[in-house]
Design a protein around this ligand. Structure first.
Ligand code: GDP
Ligand code: MN
Ligand code: MN
Length: 252
């Protein structure tokens, strides 16, 4: 058993309006059931989610958080403009984004973008993944899956990892419930976070710095699925999320 993870080399610096699927297909011959893993950074660049820090005017809430935390109110405003709920203000902002993903700074990033600029995350990563996937399929003529990734920290552990924030034609979760273990016991709980695991594998090729590898292709695993499934369906329902409940209690 084995699978491959292939870096797509020589992708240029991405600018607003760039045709990412065309750029990818020029550089790698895709095969049926390939999983195209794309860093959110270049999706955001192509979608024009680039802002000058000096052009951002902080609102009342951003100014209040800035005065409590000593952080740049313009950066806080950027984070708030992509957040639906704030759980932690300092030492980092932990928020749920408009798309429902809970992460630090809403994915607003200063790295891998020119000085003085901020990159906001793609507004709707699932719909970005669908658009990219449909165009990749139409250019290549192959059946493909897409995962848009970001780098996120984890609770409880030091270190960040690639995670999936938007998907196309791939099931994010493999349900093991009902399957048997080595000793014939029926598994009752386990659901494997396949999309995140694949994002982590692709991120090994991407890295976080000047590597210039924002796309990797995973080949040899079959998680292709015809139905439309979105990452947003994968976020734990509010009433079942004990961590969020705990964080809300701490804020009171
Ligand atoms: P994120 O995890 O989605 O926030 O993306 P990162 O900023 O960590 O970048 C992931 C990879 O993509 C790194 O290898 C970067 O050097 C690379 N990268 C970021 N932007 C570009 C770009 O515009 N062109 C190319 N070729 N690589 C980029
Ligand atoms: Mn990022
Ligand atoms: Mn990254």
């Amino acid at each position: 058993m084995k699978f491959e993870a292939i870096a797509v080399e020589k992708i240029p610096l991405i600018r607003k309006g760039d045709d990412l699927p065309y750029i990818i297909c020029e550089r790698i011959e895709l095969q049926d059931r390939d999983i195209i893993v794309i860093a959110s950074t270049i999706v955001a660049k192509a979608e024009g989610e680039t802002f000058r820090l000096e052009d951002i005017t902080p609102g009342e809430e951003a100014l209040a958080i800035a005065s409590r935390t000593g952080k740049d109110a313009r950066f806080i405003q950027a984070v708030l403009s992509r957040s639906r709920e704030v759980f932690v203000e300092a030492p980092f902002m932990l928020v749920t984004t408009l798309a429902g993903h809970t992460c630090v700074n809403a994915g607003v990033d200063e790295s891998n973008i020119e000085h003085g600029f901020l990159l906001y995350p793609p507004k709707n990563p699932d719909s970005s993944a669908s658009k990219l996937g449909e165009r990749l399929e139409s250019i290549s003529g192959k059946k493909l899956s897409v995962i848009i990734t970001d780098t996120n920290g984890r609770a409880f552990k030091i270190g960040q990892t690639g995670v999936a924030i938007g998907i196309y034609k791939i099931k994010p979760i493999k349900r093991w419930i009902g399957e048997k273990d080595l000793f014939d016991k029926v598994l009752e709980i386990t659901e494997e976070a396949v999309a995140d695991e694949l994002a982590g594998a692709a991120n090994l090729l991407m890295g976080e710095g000047a590597g210039g590898i924002p796309v990797a292709v995973i080949r040899g695993l079959d998680y292709y699925c015809e139905e439309e499934i979105s990452m947003s369906e994968n976020y734990r329902p509010e009433d079942m999320d004990v961590i969020k409940k705990g964080l809300r209690c701490l804020q009171k």
